[in-house]
Design a protein. Structure first.
Ligand SMILES: [Zn+2]
Ligand SMILES: [Zn+2]
Length: 274
């Protein structure tokens, strides 16, 4: 079995990631307008009505902006924590279905399971999502101020990880934001820096991890090449050169396929010998 995923938008203009596997399709975050989201789904070859759910990580506009409109227009159930629903002011009476998924809980769509893991961010009850078809697993973690033990343990089980690499610390410190906003981003409930992600990639990846996507890069406080270099160097230090690294731009990524590796070369030959 396998999963595939495709980032449809990334960064403060709007985040959304489409995941397919186990006979289901879910959208993680819906920070683009409903029309734009439908267009990007269609250009990925997916009809909006074919989604099983739109799951929202937290109420900030760049993750939740289009969720209610999209859900109402296309009849797709919307999911998230009660804290997210309340803080986003999602109009329950106008939405087809609300799927509550609290931290630690699992919701299953066909054979695709989604687990919510709490993350430290300045939102009502934000979560990361761990998605699996029972064979391969994707971790989706954005936005968060630091890497908690619980999240690192969850990410260690993943064959593919999408993680935010929001800012370069020097660019943020020297950049145009007011100090109060810099403090919020740098703080334990803000966002992850390139250095935070480097530590995760050097020491926190599970043996089976083969894909890493860097997402939610700040336009003002980061540079794609700095983020890529920090991640590549960390993968080399961690002995993980085989991991495929992808940067998600504002328009997202192409499809990324996540499969279990086949048997090592020679395994079948050896069988034939005996
Ligand atoms: Zn946020
Ligand atoms: Zn965000």
């Amino acid at each position: 079995m396998s999963l595939r995923f495709r980032v449809l938008g990334s960064g403060s203009d709007g985040n959304a990631t489409l995941v397919e596997g186990g006979g289901a399709r879910v959208l993680l975050d819906s920070g683009l307008g409903p029309r734009q989201l439908a267009e990007r789904l269609q250009s990925a070859g997916v009809d909006p009505t074919a989604l099983d759910a739109v799951l929202v990580s937290h109420e900030h506009g760049d993750h939740a902006r289009g969720a209610a409109g999209f859900s109402a227009k296309w009849g797709v159930p919307i999911g998230g924590t009660e804290g997210t629903f309340a803080a986003a002011g999602l109009p329950r009476e106008k939405l087809p279905t609300l799927v509550a998924i609290e931290p630690g809980q699992v919701r299953t769509f066909a054979r695709l399971s989604v687990r919510a893991v709490p993350v430290p961010h300045d939102a009502a009850r934000p979560v990361a999502f761990i998605v699996t078809d029972g064979d391969v697993t994707l971790g989706h973690a954005t936005d968060l101020g630091h890497l908690s033990r619980g999240l690192v343990d969850a990410l260690r089980t993943c064959d593919a990880i999408l993680v935010e690499s929001n800012y370069d610390p020097a660019m943020l410190r020297d950049g145009p934001y007011p100090w109060s906003l810099k403090e919020r981003i740098l703080g334990p409930f803000g966002h992850l820096s390139n250095d935070d992600v480097a530590r995760l990639l050097e020491k926190g990846l599970g043996e089976s991890c083969r894909h890493v996507v860097l997402a939610h890069l700040s336009r003002k406080n980061n540079d794609a090449e700095l983020a890529r270099m920090a991640a590549e160097e960390a993968l080399v230090r961690g002995g993980r050169r085989a991991v495929q690294l992808t940067l998600a731009g504002v328009l997202g990524t192409d499809w990324i396929e996540v499969r279990r590796p086949g048997p090592p070369p020679g395994a079948s030959r050896q069988l034939r010998l005996f």
